[in-house]
Ligand binder design. Sequence first.
Ligand code: GLN
Length: 192
Amino acid sequence: MMIGALALQGDFREHLVMVRRLGAEGIEVRTPEELDSIDALIIPGGESTAIGRLATIYGLIEPIQQRINDGMPVLGTCAGMIFLAAATVSYEQPQLRVLDVVVERNAFGRQVDSFEADLDVCGLDDPVHAVFIRAPWIHKVGAEVDVLASVVEPGSMQEHPVFVRQGRILATSFHPELTDDTRIHELLMEVG
Ligand code: GLN
């Protein structure tokens, strides 16, 4: 299995290390030709505005949308989740708009910038140790979207989704590539 990491900005290298640990081939994707050669795509964390702007310049927005609409499995983490989403609360920025959610960028910032938490995830036996770095949360989910994990906002006790799935699209607010836990990347390899 050949897995590509969108290599425009952000921590794509860490994702490729994960993928190779799982025995798959991992390549950096910067062109439509490289996109054509992969079976699944990872969109890393970083800065979603930079990823969106560079993807526009590299002519990758439509080819990526096309491959996802044709059923290619995709995992977006943090900025990658924002880039996959339909819309963003209070920002206008380039987005793929293939995942029917509205995200709120830097959502935890009002409480705390970055933190770690053990998350219960639907379908996984043991909790996932999740690293959040200036993370978004999901403000609104569409009908086709399954929420796999949520975080309770300190203070308000409101629950906010941080891991969702819509068909073969997986998106996390946190960074599974920054721990030793390979289960989220395994899910990407299994959804296909
Ligand atoms: N705050 C970043 C954004 O809004 C995401 C941070 C991350 O990917 N760790 O794009």
